[in-house]
Design a protein around this ligand. Structure first.
Ligand SMILES: *[C@@H]1O[C@H](CO)[C@@H](O)[C@H](O)[C@H]1NC(C)=O
Ligand SMILES: *[C@@H]1O[C@H](CO)[C@@H](O)[C@H](O)[C@H]1NC(C)=O
Ligand SMILES: *[C@@H]1O[C@H](CO)[C@@H](O)[C@H](O)[C@H]1NC(C)=O
Length: 479
């Protein structure tokens, strides 16, 4: 009987047959399962599963329930029951087993040496009990394992099985402590960089997701496809307890441009340590240590760890060229000469000393001005207004990808940009890999998008955002 557990659990016993009573009766009668029984008897559906189905059931010890902090909901019973009876040898070979309630993520199995874990709970692998759903004929096989932690999906009965991507979108539904946090910024960058598929992918991966508070505007700007890759360890589901410390796992950032390895580390708190090599191995390495705030959140496609800052984001070194300021860029690029001289002429450049903002500067190229001079066109409005209309000051600079994403989600109204000269509305198009800015009925090609600078971003345009009329007045004779 299960009653014997208390005596036997001190000694390793292998597999005691318990055909005398049903699993349910045993759980009901044995004081060692009191806490779990409390959960079960309030969950009619889970109880029904136990009375009728072939299952594997993981029962946390009473001590595990005592240690468990949050309020217990009977829904939690589901996440301790898996479909099909899995014998110990079978369990050791498996990576995941489905929860009897299909709306919960699978239970992830891992091993560390001889120790066996289900999610973050250790399975007392010497104490397990084959049993039956009912006595006599027709009883379905069931197997009971004892574990040392409560298995917590960290979400109350969800409506569907959440992937890591769904987790980011429904972050507030998860019970992750009392602090009010969100992960909108990282979600935004994932969407902007068109890598949502990595977070929706099937299989089992380890995902690190930074909270908004840890992403300053410089870092927001610096997060690109490569740094997002550094946040994923593919094809391995690393819950924190079974994972070896100081053991390097290759992240998805794993090519000639960026190579990042990650490992876990304990120092009273839990950290993820990473090493990024940029470009050639001879380049300087970047090392970072980031705190794990909420570890071990099971999802349909692996496990999520919420972290305090993004990983492997080095705003000043993740660039193949030295970082210059927006003004230095415009001053030093002969192709931007006309606009630079225009700015000098009107004392416009003093605005670039503002340090609390990032600049998004649309700069028409020399080619654009040559066309205009050739055609004898005259600018409508003043040259100062022209300059102002091309500059945006904001918390984060606008990459063309970000503008396109915003334009797509508001294609009737377009993107409203607060320029120094007032609000303008643009529509952004990506045609055959080339960006175009549409301003009223004027379509302007972006000849060099996203020139990243230390304090913002420059987009070089094939024409100014301006209206012209025919006139013989020689516009921009700046000699
Ligand atoms: C996003 O990725 C898909 C599939 O890889 C691709 O077809 C699409 O063009 C990409 N979009 C952008 C904006 O890069
Ligand atoms: C989950 O388990 C099933 C069945 O054993 C297996 O086919 C699948 O590959 C596993 N998935 C992962 C990500 O390990
Ligand atoms: C964008 O425009 C297309 C076609 O005009 C329309 O079908 C779609 O619903 C629009 N999307 C949004 C978000 O307004």
């Amino acid at each position: 009987m299960f009653r014997l557990l208390l005596v036997f659990s001190v000694f390793p016993i292998v597999c005691s047959q318990l055909y005398g009573s049903t699993t349910y009766e045993s759980i009901q009668e044995d004081a060692n399962f009191e806490a779990f029984y409390d959960l079960l008897r309030h969950n009619g559906e889970a109880k029904n599963n136990l009375l009728n189905d072939e299952i594997t059931i993981f029962i946390p010890t009473n001590e595990a329930f005592q240690r468990y902090g949050p309020i217990l909901h009977s829904d939690l019973a589901f996440y301790h029951m898996a479909s099909a009876a899995r014998a110990i040898e079978d369990l050791k070979k498996t990576r995941n087993i489905s929860c009897i309630n299909p709306k919960f993520p699978p239970l992830w199995i891992s091993r560390n040496g001889d120790d066996l874990y289900v999610n973050n709970a250790e399975v007392f692998s010497h104490n397990y009990y084959p049993s039956k759903s009912r006595t006599g004929e027709g009883g379905k096989p069931q197997i009971v394992y004892l574990i040392d932690r409560v298995l917590d999906p960290l979400i109350r009965l969800p409506h569907f099985k959440h992937t890591a991507f769904d987790f980011m979108g429904s972050f507030s539904k998860f019970t992750l402590g009392s602090t009010r946090k969100s992960v909108h910024s990282f979600l935004y960058k994932v969407q902007e960089n068109n890598v949502t598929d990595l977070y929706e992918a099937q299989g089992g991966n380890t995902y690190f997701i930074p909270i908004d508070e840890g992403i300053g505007s410089k870092q927001f700007h610096a997060i690109n496809r490569y740094s997002i890759y550094s946040h994923i360890i593919p094809n391995v589901v690393l819950f924190t307890r079974p994972t070896k410390r100081q053991f390097n796992y290759e992240s998805l950032a794993n090519d000639d441009f960026v190579y990042t390895v990650l490992s876990l580390e304990d120092n009273r708190k839990l950290y993820v340590r990473g090493n990024t090599i940029l470009g050639k191995p001879s380049n300087p390495q970047g090392e970072f240590v980031v705190e794990i705030l909420h570890p071990d959140i099971p999802v349909a496609n692996g496990v999520v760890h919420v972290i305090s800052r993004p990983l492997g984001v080095f705003p000043h070194s993740l660039k193949p060229f030295p970082y210059v300021s927006v003004l230095e860029k415009v001053a030093s690029d002969p192709n931007l000469d006309t606009f630079y001289r225009l700015g000098e002429k009107f004392g416009f450049h003093s605005i670039f000393t503002a340090h609390d903002y990032f600049f998004t500067y649309f700069v028409p190229s020399e080619y654009a001005w040559r066309q205009i001079r050739k055609s004898d066109l005259q600018l409508v409005g003043s040259e100062v207004d022209l300059l102002k209309r091309h500059l945006v000051l904001s918390e984060t600079p606008f990459s063309m990808e970000r503008l396109l994403a915003t334009s797509k989600t508001s294609n009737v109204t377009g993107v409203s940009l607060q320029t120094v000269g007032g609000l303008i509305k643009l529509h952004i198009h990506l045609i055959d890999g080339t960006y175009y800015i549409q301003w009223y009925n004027k379509l302007i090609r972006v000849t060099r998008p996203n020139y990243e600078c230390s304090d913002g971003i420059v987009h070089v345009l094939a024409g100014p955002i301006a209206t012209f009329q025919r006139n013989s007045f020689n516009f921009l004779a700046l000699n």
